[in-house]
Design a protein around this ligand. Structure first.
Ligand code: PLP
Length: 626
């Protein structure tokens, strides 16, 4: 806690006067704070007592010189350490319109420093070398200019001093404007009525709970009216703190860094990448940079990345586009029986147009039966499509083995993988996995909606998805969605860089749910085995209906999903859980909890408890109704 403030100024009497009365003067006399003002001029070495000189860069005004300030700071620091009253080096602040804006949060940080020196500039400011050598932080009162740093220094010293314990009456600094996100509620004093104006009745009721509610409601109202900027932050924080979002396989909250990047592009880089003028070239440069970044995340080249609007589009295009461009590649398509509908339905569509589709069985952990794959591959198999991580259970398919087996039997086969639930979460390196095409989507990894990519290994022919202006090498025409593409590249790079760290965080959250649910609900069936991707946890409560569980936990702010959110509007039972051999009693009670590294341990503990409590209630009701 601050116990000493030194103010370094050319006008010590002016500054000192501010602290000779009232609260700060009492704090000084009680010994809670030592506050001194020091005349910088006293430290000059020239006979005239000159503290300033003309700026080298020319122009009007004078600049405070290095020497007297340096000597003043050094002398005061030496004095403090000789007295032994401060173990820390003094923290030097320079009051300047170029500094970081001062606010209550900054005051709360600064009061933690034992000894603060506030340097007041005057005239045109101080020699830059003073800032480089001595100043820890430049602080500004706002975007305006005063004649010197004295008035801001008084404000800063006052604001810090009143936060020192004992300076104000206990609790006074807790519920005021800018300590939280709301402005303070209105204050009234006696009499209760004056000139016909009454105070709000509730304040005379003596009902403390009601009065507290009134305080919050009025604080919210006046913040909304007077400071809509603060109110917006308050609302965002309120929503965040009351929302326990565990449906991250359905979609994720767009990261703020992505939003900022996108806003910058929308505002400043709005040229069309196909335009030949400077703005077009700048946009094209950004597009190329994004494509390179994305390519690096999977070990591909930028020429192999094709931006699309989503993974559904990528999956459709991969299968239909390849078969259309390669009519002699074969008539057989192999997919797993647990594919996302964007692959499953595309295969069904192709089946209707004459292709033969075989759906490979999976074992009870959801892993593709490799013997069945061996038996199914023939010389007529054109394409094998198996998702990397299952969106409902987190099961990780052995893609490397799948592509090796497929190629050993038919070297011409193309292996495609829907990597929506693995990309940015576990390593996806195309060469190691042995895949020819992969699909991804940005919104599953805190990126924007409306953008994904299809990786197509160079040399593979594919029919254009959209004809037109020739974008995406003539295969997917249409002006590129640059803000979304750049946002995707930014978050993909971050996610792929932090894979291991994020996975550890998520595994811990996953374990909290596993353990709590297993310990508290005897009937629960953990469908996702421990070696699945930790971003997804599928748990069933046999005999209950997943939709009912979902709606009851939602009342407490906990968001989870029933099966796969992408297809939950369909009433059919999950084909994935059916293929894994679960009976309807289990499937109907299966919920999916899905994670992000942005979830916290506290959120997981709270949400796991809520699910347990609601599930117990629902089981209790079932018993009662029998
Ligand atoms: N593939 C998988 C495995 C998914 O989980 C999803 C969406 O949940 C999709 C594809 C579709 O992704 P998009 O919403 O980008 O079309």
């Amino acid at each position: 806690m601050t116990n000493k403030i030194d103010i370094l100024t050319l006008f010590p009497d002016m500054v000192g006067a501010a602290f000779q009365e009232s609260i700060i003067a009492r704090a000084v006399s009680k010994g809670l704070l030592t506050l001194n003002c020091h005349q910088i001029r006293k430290y000059t070495t020239n006979k005239q007592g000159k503290v300033d000189d003309y700026p080298y860069s020319g122009g009007p005004g004078l600049v405070m010189a290095y020497q007297p300030i340096a000597d003043c700071i050094r002398a005061l620091s030496a004095e403090a350490s000789a007295q032994g009253d401060n173990s820390e080096k003094p923290y030097v602040i320079y009051m300047s319109p170029q500094g970081k804006p001062f606010n209550q949060k900054k005051a709360q940080q600064l009061v933690q420093k034992e000894h603060i020196m506030i340097l007041c500039g005057h005239y045109e400011g101080v020699d830059e070398r003073v800032l480089e050598e001595f100043v820890d932080e430049e602080v500004s009162l706002g975007d305006f200019v005063l004649t010197g740093g004295e008035i801001p220094a008084m404000a800063v010293a006052d604001c810090i001093a009143r936060l020192i314990p004992g300076v104000l009456a206990e609790g006074s600094a807790e519920k005021e404007s800018h300590t939280g996100l709301l402005l303070e509620y209105p204050q009234y004093t006696r009499p209760a009525e004056i000139e016909g104006k009454k105070i709000p009745e509730i304040l005379l009721s003596g009902k403390h709970d009601e009065i507290e509610k009134w305080q919050v409601a009025t604080a919210e109202k006046r913040t909304m009216q007077k400071r809509p900027d603060l109110y917006k932050i308050y609302q965002e924080e309120k929503i965040k703190s009351q929302t326990y979002y565990f449906d991250n396989s359905a979609t994720t909250r767009q990261d703020d860094s992505v939003t900022e990047e996108m806003c910058d592009i929308v505002k400043f880089l709005y040229g069309n990448p196909s335009s030949l003028h400077h703005m077009g070239l700048e946009a094209e440069r950004k597009l190329t940079e994004a494509r390179k970044k994305i390519a690096e995340t999977i070990g591909a080249t930028d020429k192999e990345i094709y931006f699309t609007a989503c993974a559904t589009e990528s999956n459709n295009w991969a299968l239909r586009g390849y078969l259309e461009a390669n009519p002699r590649a074969g008539k057989k398509i192999l997919i797993s029986s647990t594919e996302h509908p964007s692959v499953g339905e595309t295969a069904a569509f192709l089946e209707k147009s004459g292709y033969q589709v075989e759906r490979l069985p999976v074992n009870n952990m959801g892993i593709v039966d490799l013997d069945a794959l061996k038996g199914a591959i023939t010389a007529d198999t054109a394409i094998v499509s198996v998702m990397h991580v299952n969106s409902e259970t987190g099961a990780i398919q052995p893609l490397k083995e799948i592509s090796a087996i497929a190629r050993t039997i038919n070297p011409n086969v193309i292996v495609h993988s829907d990597c929506v639930q693995s990309y940015g979460k576990i390593p996806v390196r195309i060469k190691e996995l042995g895949v020819d095409m992969i699909s991804t989507s940005a919104h599953k990894i805190h990126g924007p909606r409306g953008v994904g990519f299809l990786y197509i290994k160079s040399g593979i022919r594919i029919a254009p998805l959209l004809c037109g202006g020739g974008q995406e090498k003539g295969l997917r025409s249409g002006t590129e969605n640059l803000p979304a593409i750049a946002g995707f590249a930014l978050i993909a790079e971050k996610a792929c860089h932090n894979l291991a760290e994020n996975e550890n965080t998520v595994r811990e959250l996953n374990n909290i749910f596993r353990q709590t649910l297993q310990e508290e609900i005897r009937a629960c069936v953990i469908i996702s085995s421990e070696d699945t991707c930790p971003y997804v946890l599928n748990v069933a409560f046999p005999g209950l209906r997943a939709e009912v569980i979902q709606h009851s936990v939602e009342q407490k702010g906990v968001y989870i999903s029933v099966g796969s959110a992408c297809s939950s509007h369909k009433k059919d039972r999950s084909p994935t859980l059916t293929a894994m051999g679960y009976n309807n009693n289990v499937i109907d009670g299966a919920i999916r909890i899905s994670f992000t590294y942005q979830n916290t341990k506290e959120q997981a503990e709270f949400a796991a408890k809520v699910i347990c409590a609601e599930v117990k209630k629902l089981y209790g009701r079932r018993k009662g109704s029998r």
